[in-house]
Design a binder for this molecule. Structure first.
Ligand code: OXD
Ligand code: MN
Length: 593
């Protein structure tokens, strides 16, 4: 392959001099090359070829046992000034970081192959696409990137001789946790990742580029990179309205993005289309609306809990061309299984650690008995999704009517509320909180503040990020309305009150009706909540108007308790929390009385 871009050529050469691979292979995006790599990965045991009659094109991979999730403690933003990375991010001086990591990279690819992956986030050649090159010594990474992004020769052609590509270097090295680093140099368009093989740390187009680096670029260039799904609700008259929604990792973004309308809507002809399940790049269109584009080309979804009820579309998407990571291997059928798939765990199986697994010893309360890791994943092609939006390939994206924030809160947050305006909506996003999940290493079930679900993903100071939200609002004449939802309120026995899954559409329909000014609401201290009768409960067995009243009720005492925690968090964010956010906080406190 002739590489015309001199910046790419020189940089690849420089990184090869550092890492010393035995050979360099350029990924051209062809099926022939991908198939050759799969064969190699099977031969070395890096991947297992699954039953091709039942799961055509599907493979299984297991990561190292110590390498199963994003590692926020070892993720760094390396800006020249510490203040620009802010208090929420870990910071390292760029010079010191390059120096420290160079020592780890030096000679790390000896005896290995360096793969050069030219990839695009967004439609190749379009105005909003951004390009990257990932260098890696992992075939697993190459094959995942081929699913998650647009890869190949056409990307190099679209790049021309431009120097503005994102330079990503990944080396497995020894998968040594003590020397694992995921480092971002936003001022140099550079990402360095070493000693991990887990997707979120090594598929550099995703969290590292499309969120951390892109959020930095977005602030500089006047757009936004957000941790949001994008979905379209098609009305019986054929019109489609789009919603973006931000939830912390493993809180059901993929499920919401692919939801199946409940019968009461389906039989009237309503449909839901998925544009994206994790990341949205948002820009102001010439028409004054906010437009959302999904820069990815696939789904890196959490497997456990995905089933025929929770997300039939995702399940269908994973039936072909999918890489499964850290799920159970059913040896009798050469297929895969995970907790929450069905009630038939395989009798003859290998768990995510590669050991024989006895499902009879499985204890729901003891995660160590799980066959699949709680953060096990599927990497699946967007084109295989039955509800993929026709606008998925539209380079401009889709116009957004509503932005929805959501968290996993047992008590405080109501089922849904609407902010008073954009600034208040940005405030609502800034005080988002959720109980932690398995998507990141650390304790599960602890409440943590996760502004806009971006706490692990903002590539600069969080206070500046809040300011960017406020500033963007002033540039969108026809801005989306901003809402907050919580599907996870529990009763006194700890059971979820709201049925969730497809029934979440009932809440989305209220949201869209609000956007169109078609329905009234009740003004409360925190925002507008629905009148119970405006949430459609037709066909729901255990939900009455009283249930809705309970779900949208505001527990003033717990909100007041939350205020102290919000203030503490703002103090942690530091000096750059915008005055507007502090005013919103004071106003909320006043309204709560
Ligand atoms: C993800 C995450 O993988 O947020 O999408 O961790
Ligand atoms: Mn995510």
């Amino acid at each position: 392959m002739e590489i015309k871009n001199t910046y790419v050529r020189n940089w690849v050469e420089e990184m090869a001099l550092l890492t010393r691979p035995d050979q360099i292979v350029w990924i051209d995006g062809s099926e022939t090359q991908a198939e050759e790599l799969r064969k190699q990965a099977i031969a070395t045991g890096e991947m297992i070829k699954l039953n091709q009659d039942k799961l055509p094109g599907c493979y299984l991979h297991r990561t190292a046992v110590n390498d199963v999730a994003r590692v926020e403690g070892r993720t760094f933003i390396c800006t020249t000034n510490k203040e620009d990375a802010g208090n929420i991010n870990n910071w390292m001086d760029p010079y010191e970081c390059y120096h420290k990591l160079s020592k780890l990279y030096r000679g790390s690819m000896k005896g290995r192959t360096m793969y050069v992956i030219p990839y695009s986030m967004g439609i190749v050649g379009s105005d909003f696409a951004k390009y990257g090159i990932e260098l890696t010594d992992s075939i697993y990474v190459v094959l995942n990137m081929l699913i998650m992004t647009r890869v190949g020769t056409e990307v190099l052609e679209a790049m021309g001789n431009d120097a503005g590509f994102i330079k990503g270097l990944h080396a497995k090295a020894d998968i040594d946790e003590e020397n694992r680093y995921i480092c971002h140099f936003p001022q140099d368009n550079t990402i360095w990742s070493i000693n991990s093989g887990y997707g979120g740390n090594v598929l550099l187009g995703k969290k590292c580029f499309a969120l951390r680096i892109a959020s930095y670029l977005g602030r500089k260039e006047g757009w936004m990179a957000e941790h949001m799904l994008i979905l379209g609700v098609e009305y019986p008259n054929g019109e489609t309205k789009y919603i973006c929604a931000a939830f912390p990792s493993a809180c059901g973004k993929t499920n919401l993005a692919m939801l199946i309308p409940p019968t009461v809507y389906a039989e009237k002809g309503y449909k839901v289309w998925c544009v994206g399940d994790d990341i949205a790049w948002l820009r102001v269109g010439e028409d004054g609306r906010l437009w959302a584009m999904n820069p990815e080309n696939g789904f890196f979804g959490v497997a456990p809990g995905t089933n025929e009820k929770s997300n039939p579309n995702a399940l269908h998407t994973t039936m072909k061309d999918t890489i499964f990571t850290n799920v159970v291997h059913d040896l009798d059928n050469n297929t895969v299984w995970w907790e929450g798939l069905d009630n038939n765990p395989p009798a003859n199986a290998i768990d995510w650690k590669g050991n024989k697994w006895d499902y009879t010893k499985y204890d729901k309360k003891d995660k160590s008995t799980c066959g699949a890791h709680p953060n096990s994943r599927f990497t699946a092609k967007a084109v295989n999704c039955p509800c993929l939006s026709a606008e998925f390939e539209n380079a401009n994206g889709v116009p957004v009517s509503a932005i929805v924030f959501g968290g996993r809160r047992a008590k405080t947050a109501p089922l849904v509320y609407q902010s008073f305006n954009w600034q208040h909506g940005a405030f609502v996003g800034s005080i988002m909180a959720s109980e932690t999940t398995a998507a990141a290493a650390g304790a599960v079930g602890v409440v943590r503040r996760d502004p806009m679900a971006m706490r692990p993903f903002v590539g600069y100071d969080m206070g500046d990020y809040f300011q960017h939200w406020i500033d963007m609002g002033k540039k969108i004449p026809n801005a989306p309305k901003i809402f907050h939802v919580n599907w996870f309120r529990t009763d006194d026995e700890g059971h979820f009150i709201w049925p969730g899954f497809g029934d979440n559409m009932r809440v989305l329909m209220w949201i869209l009706a609000r956007c169109e000014g078609k329905v009234d609401a009740v003004e409360t201290a925190i925002g507008f909540v629905p009148k119970a009768e405006d949430i459609n409960i037709e066909g729901l067995e255990d939900v009455t108007l009283d249930t809705i009243r309970e779900l949208v009720s505001i527990d003033t005492a717990s909100w007041k308790e939350d205020l102290a925690n919000i203030k503490e968090f703002y103090t942690l964010v530091g000096d750059r929390v915008p005055a507007e956010m502090k005013e919103e906080l004071a106003a909320l406190e006043k309204r709560l009385g």
